[in-house]
Ligand binder design. Structure first.
Ligand SMILES: Nc1ncnc2c1ncn2[C@@H]1O[C@H](COP(=O)(O)OP(=O)(O)OP(=O)(O)O)[C@@H](O)[C@H]1O
Ligand SMILES: [Mg+2]
Length: 466
């Protein structure tokens, strides 16, 4: 904080106590606003943020865990909040939650926006025609259509492939789309951030990308601020430049975790499943900021970590409720070497309707779900009596389900370095044909000319396959 501007009338008081990241300042002079950045006398490197008032004290957060802060130091108002740079100049750059560059580039100070103030737009997008984006990943295009302006979650326990799948989506979608991408790394490995940066640089996608990182080494205060920082950048592009944005976040659960750590730090009482109520309201506010308006759209891909592989975790539930599609990754499937390790039964999408995906796609999805359901119940029977005891029809469905599971497995471009296999990209039409072939046992062309009535090609289908 700039020390030359410390004025007498901005004097708040002195530090009364320090506990963890929490700094309590006894108010002797003027009162700061909440979320205002405060200056510590003779310590320009400190970032202190006023959070709330408790009696005559203002409870603040030592954002960077600056260790030189001590009791008795004088605190001043700055009339500023945490801001991040926005706009054209930020493209191709990497920032932390305080808007400082992480890429050795020059700091950007011309155009900045406070991260705690949503742009407050109310002009939500009307039910305009929904546009599907192709990801080239069979299981995503088929079960959780990637629709512009909507939210898709990739959820799973530790090490089941969330990051690799998110990277593959970035690789595939940014390749075909001219739109702007914002990447937000929250509480994950620093190495992964570096790798992504290098990959994007090599593929020339970086110039259309803005990145924000607050990885696992950052304080919970900083980690909880990265997602709002990235949302601020996205809101600016959406509302002031009318752009369509692809927003990737790995990992949104870490945001919840950071908020939880912070509320513990601030002495707030936890409730449901150890999470404080503040965590859930904050999550809703964040998701609300990532919505689409009249001006532009934000399409988000959110990786969600599941603690202890427990899908019923209250935070995981709260996150899932805000997503349009939830792709569930399963450890038992990953162990069989199937990638992406998608649990076809638990994966859901509210966008899988005939209106959006077309009649043919919808019917195939219904059939696949029915077959998978049957497979799930037959599995237990087969374990006891063996496959030969099944009726011919059940046996066929069982075999088809196994074929489908294999069919949805595909090689990733971003995994080439550890799998040695080149990546595969399938158009939606290829995916639908492949599924139809498995379900009917006949090649798709033959089938569609024979029984055109049963699987009519709708308008919706044609627009997506071009
Ligand atoms: N598509 C794939 N092809 C080959 N290997 C893969 C694929 N996806 C994941 N893996 C393997 O699984 C490992 C873990 O994947 P990843 O880092 O994406 O998991 P994660 O769910 O993000 O884990 P965490 O919860 O720890 O962040 C990878 O390092 C890689 O070895
Ligand atoms: Mg990961």
């Amino acid at each position: 904080m700039n020390q030359s501007e410390l004025k007498k009338e901005d004097f708040i008081g002195s530090i009364a106590s320090i506990r963890g990241l929490t700094v309590e300042v006894e108010v002797q002079g003027t009162k700061p606003d909440t979320k205002e950045l405060l200056a510590v006398q003779d310590l320009p490197s400190a970032f202190i943020e006023a959070n709330f008032f408790r009696g005559s004290h203002v409870v603040c957060l030592n954002l960077n865990n600056n260790s030189e802060i001590h009791c008795g130091q004088k605190i001043y108002r700055t009339h500023q909040r945490v801001t991040v740079p926005v706009g054209e100049k930020t493209m191709g750059r990497v920032f932390n939650a305080l808007g400082e560059p992480l890429d050795k580039g020059e700091p950007i100070n011309e155009l900045r926006r406070p991260i705690t103030v949503p742009s407050g737009t109310t002009s939500y997008r009307s039910s305009k025609k929904l546009e599907m984006l192709e990801t080239g990943l069979k299981v995503i295009d088929f079960l959780t259509p990637f629709v512009k302006g909507r939210k898709i979650g990739i959820i799973g326990g530790a090490g089941v492939g969330k990051t690799v799948l998110t990277m593959e989506m970035i690789h595939n979608v940014t390749r075909s789309e001219k739109s702007l991408s914002i990447y937000c790394g929250v509480g994950e490995r620093i190495r992964e951030g570096n790798e992504l940066y290098e990959t994007l640089k090599d593929t020339d996608v970086l110039k259309n990308t803005v990145m924000f990182f607050g990885q696992m080494d950052a304080t919970p205060a900083i980690r909880s601020m990265v997602a709002p920082a990235a949302a601020t950048a996205a809101e600016y592009f959406r509302d002031e430049e009318g752009r369509d944005i692809l927003f990737f976040i790995d990992n949104i659960y870490r945001h919840v975790q950071a908020m939880t750590e912070m509320s513990t730090n601030l002495g707030l009482i936890p409730s449901e499943g150890g999470y404080s109520p503040m965590v859930f309201s904050d999550l809703r506010r964040l998701q609300d900021r990532l919505s689409s308006t009249e001006q532009g759209t934000i399409t988000s891909v959110q990786a969600v970590y599941i603690p202890a592989d427990d899908l019923s975790d209250p935070a995981v539930q709260a996150i899932s409720q805000q997503l349009d599609s939830v792709l569930v990754l399963d450890r038992s499937i990953a162990e069989q070497g199937i990638r992406p390790a998608v649990n076809l039964l638990k994966t859901t999408s509210s966008l899988l309707t005939p209106d959006i995906v077309g009649e043919r796609h919808y019917r195939l999805a219904e059939k696949v779900q029915a077959v998978m359901q049957k497979y799930d119940s037959l599995k237990n029977i087969i374990a006891i009596v063996g496959e030969n005891e099944l009726s011919p029809e059940d046996r066929k469905d069982y075999q088809n389900a196994k074929k489908l599971i294999q069919f949805f497995s595909q090689n990733f471009s971003v995994a080439e370095k550890f799998s040695g296999q080149p990546g595969e990209y399938y158009t939606l039409e290829q995916t639908l044909d492949g599924i139809e072939e498995i379900l009917t046992g006949k090649p798709a062309e033959e089938k569609s000319s024979e029984q055109a009535v049963e699987t009519p090609k709708t308008e919706g289908n044609e627009t997506k396959t071009s």
